[in-house]
Design a protein around this ligand. Structure first.
Ligand SMILES: [Zn+2]
Length: 143
């Protein structure tokens, strides 16, 4: 049953080109110098379009000091965060389809340069976004 449901879902990449600049897990923060948990991945992007990875609903569009302008989209147990954006295209409550443009990446918040911070939560826990994408590809390929 689970596999069948999955097979109807489309999963797309958050950016047209993936170039990983910082991975998920503990790291020495480039600005604070402290060993801190990085709860997502950083992808090279400079005013590039960011896309909804799955069919979802916009849970939040906001601005805060670390993440800058960010968008959160959710579907079931999954929540995806896109941070350091230059411009969001969507509003809280919008329904978005996989591959729909959500906004333009940028360098807002606490950054050393423009990039996309992309995070995935499963049942409110941060998981490695690369592991999520890999698992999705495997499940969709073998329903
Ligand atoms: Zn990051």
């Amino acid at each position: 049953m689970k596999q069948w449901i999955w097979s109807f879902l489309m999963v797309v990449l958050p950016l047209r080109h993936l170039y990983l600049t910082s991975s998920f897990g503990y790291r020495v923060h480039p600005l604070t110098g402290k060993n801190t948990m990085h709860c997502g991945i950083d992808l090279r992007a400079d005013l590039d379009t960011v896309y909804a990875v799955i069919n979802s609903r916009v849970a939040e569009v906001g601005h805060e000091s670390v993440l800058g302008i960010f968008i959160r989209i959710t579907n079931g147990p999954f929540c995806f965060t896109y941070g350091h954006l230059a411009m969001p295209f969507v509003c809280k409550g919008d329904t978005v389809a996989a591959a729909m443009p959500l906004g333009i990446s940028g360098a807002t918040g606490r950054v050393t340069g423009p990039h996309l911070h992309f995070a995935v939560q499963f049942q409110h826990r941060y998981i490695d976004p690369l592991a999520f994408l890999l698992a999705a590809v495997k499940i969709i390929s073998n329903p």
